[in-house]
Design a protein around this ligand. Sequence first.
Ligand code: NDP
Length: 287
Amino acid sequence: MAKLIDGKKIAAEVRADIARRGAEFARETGVVPGLAVVIVGENPASQVYVRNKRIACEKAGFYSIVVEMPESSSEEELLGKLEELKNDERIHGILVQLPLPKHINESSVLAAIPPEKDVDAFHVVNTGRIMLGDYSFLPCTPAGVMKALEYENIDVSGKECVVVGRSNIVGKPMAMLLLHANGTVTVCHSRTANLAEVTRRADILVVAIGKADFITGDMVKEGAVVIDVGMNRRDDGKLTGDVDFASVEPKASAITPVPGGVGPMTITTLLENTLTAAKEAVKAKKQ
Ligand code: NDP
């Protein structure tokens, strides 16, 4: 039977530590780390994610605001709001919840968040710094996965790591972080030939494709560590991952559940990044 990687439990411990460090920083500097989350429109899933981020921030003792803009907002209006937040000293991190309505250009918006407040680490400057291994912020989901592996004492060095999915948000940065940790990394996508042959090579398999229960037991090596990033809503309303837990769990040595695996770790990185942004803002002011 696989060990369950309990993201909820790990996140609770790490968040308590972040809250402690945040309070210590606030005592020393008089600055409370602050996060602004901007949401445009009324996508129900996005609303849940934003609410969870706000609650996590408040629990950590951080200052938190949510800016809700109507679906009909223009790109200019959104950019104007970002300009305000950029100049707001109480705000150290800015996150624009994706996806944005179709009439708004995502790249222009992400480029308008100053790199030093880009706690999602999606700005090209931060993306480039991650590539070089010289970064302040790590993208939330991949960094959350790395934290969970570290917590479970799963050493990546020298391991065959297979990442399924190559999005800019999850797959690509995930591959980069595994590479920085000295894994031997293969990235798969929708055009990968003989996917099962590749996934069966993995000592550590990370799946982020957005297809419910897609990875089945026959695609996984005996004893593999399986990280399921997927979050898919079934017809009955229940959440499920990209990994078919029932057939994969008996073969894996460790596995993340959905929900309660990678999700809580993602928000944990957001808090860590917000604290880092606040610290760097104070440092920059002193210089
Ligand atoms: P995207 O849709 O941006 O990317 C999906 C990737 O999966 C693409 O690279 C695509 O390949 C690949 N893919 C799709 N179908 C297949 C297939 N049949 N075989 C192999 N590869 C395939 O998704 P995201 O990366 O944004 O998200 C992935 C999943 O992770 C979603 O379920 C999302 O909800 C979840 N998620 C969870 C988070 C969390 O905190 N737990 C955070 C972010 C996302 P190609 O490039 O060739 O099209």
